[in-house]
Design a protein around this ligand. Sequence first.
Ligand code: SAH
Length: 348
Amino acid sequence: MKATLAAPSSLTSLPYRTNSSFGSKSSLLFRSPSSSSSVSMTTTRGNVAVAAAATSTEALRKGIAEFYNETSGLWEEIWGDHMHHGFYDPDSSVQLSDSGHKEAQIRMIEESLRFAGVTDEEEEKKIKKVVDVGCGIGGSSRYLASKFGAECIGITLSPVQAKRANDLAAAQSLAHKASFQVADALDQPFEDGKFDLVWSMESGEHMPDKAKFVKELVRVAAPGGRIIIVTWCHRNLSAGEEALQPWEQNILDKICKTFYLPAWCSTDDYVNLLQSHSLQDIKCADWSENVAPFWPAVIRTALTWKGLVSLLRSGMKSIKGALTMPLMIEGYKKGVIKFGIITCQKPL
Ligand code: SAH
């Protein structure tokens, strides 16, 4: 998630974040701006476009790193080490205490594992190596390392996050099991087939090339390994619909600016990408109702004295993030934002 008190991830004037500069939905999803097929375009104009796209991707990476460098401390101070939504019963109208929300974040991890079929000791024992793609400050990795006794490696674009994640692992005597480094999810520094569990908790929404993202997740998964993607999506398009409505796109564009997100895709898009890799047991679900209490709770913490002071101390990126939070709630309420889980297994 984008970590300001404001939220998991989001804007106003980042030139690379607009649809026009990043390209159409389909080009973002299914063709990398820097892929060889793009580069093979020979016209002068084409090459200029490719160079611009590559610069935009680099600018996005830099923006994400700076965003999390600046905002992670604030998030940790108020919300702890899990930078993702909580999972709640859909009808829960109770005002949960702080600890209730933290439990809901742990529940998100547990529900995700359950959904993916990691439901008993037999399945748990198979998980010996985990990659945490977009690891934040390592909350999931340390939890999974403790739960499974697995070796977890987390990657993030933010050097501040990687350092904090390693420090927390050391402080919790987990350094031998959980380690963290700066690396790009689209070009992971791991050999093929290394991990029994490929875990991406609220990082997919940052990926400018969803096809390349999925390809990397599949590449590093071991035969028989599971892939779990929990991510912000836009609603599925209906048959015959080419794009979201302009008012819907407008909401997403604003969120993108603040949280450093490229174009969004739907859970259907993820399922299609996974199908193209012949994976097994591909499943998805819409958990939007289960996360509904989260953003109102984040806003409530931002409006406390401690929240406001921390926010002001943290800087402009955090403040912009906080101001964008109501748009997340609006997006969910209007049905354009969906909180999706997509899981599958690599064949043996
Ligand atoms: N999964 C974590 C953090 C989610 S915040 C948790 O649940 O606590 C999103 C994370 O994705 C950040 O750590 C950010 O650095 C990371 N991220 C975004 N784009 C990335 C990329 N291209 N490569 C690696 N990490 C990326």
